[in-house]
Design a binder for this molecule. Sequence first.
Ligand SMILES: O=C(CO)COP(=O)(O)O
Length: 131
Amino acid sequence: MNIGLIAHDGKKKLMQNFCIAYRGILNKHELFATATTGRLIEEVTNLTIHKYLAGPLGGEQQMASQIEHNLIDMVIFLRDPQNQQLHEPDIFNVMHLCDVHNIPLATNLATAELLVKALERGDLEWREMYR
Ligand SMILES: O=C(CO)COP(=O)(O)O
């Protein structure tokens, strides 16, 4: 499966800890992240991440394009509800496209944990039929 990972600055530490905790599941999949999120995950895990541009430089647009091409199977986007981002339209577009294409999307830790456990159980294998 191809997994998209993005974290707002206020949630990057949480993303690192999430990836440390679930690296044994995540390392069986292809991981894609915006540049800073991806670099920070690589710094604390042995995971290899395909990195887009940084979010404010268009990284979310790159992920959005991959979603539109049916190349992303699940997105974990740890959002910081306290801080509005300057590139909010790009962020909204990623979430919008997940809804358009019925891609599982977690925007907080509780749902991210549910999704990654579902991934381990094989609950998302129906995605392969849509390729
Ligand atoms: O900007 C982001 C979230 O909106 C994420 O991008 P970075 O991972 O490059 O910081």
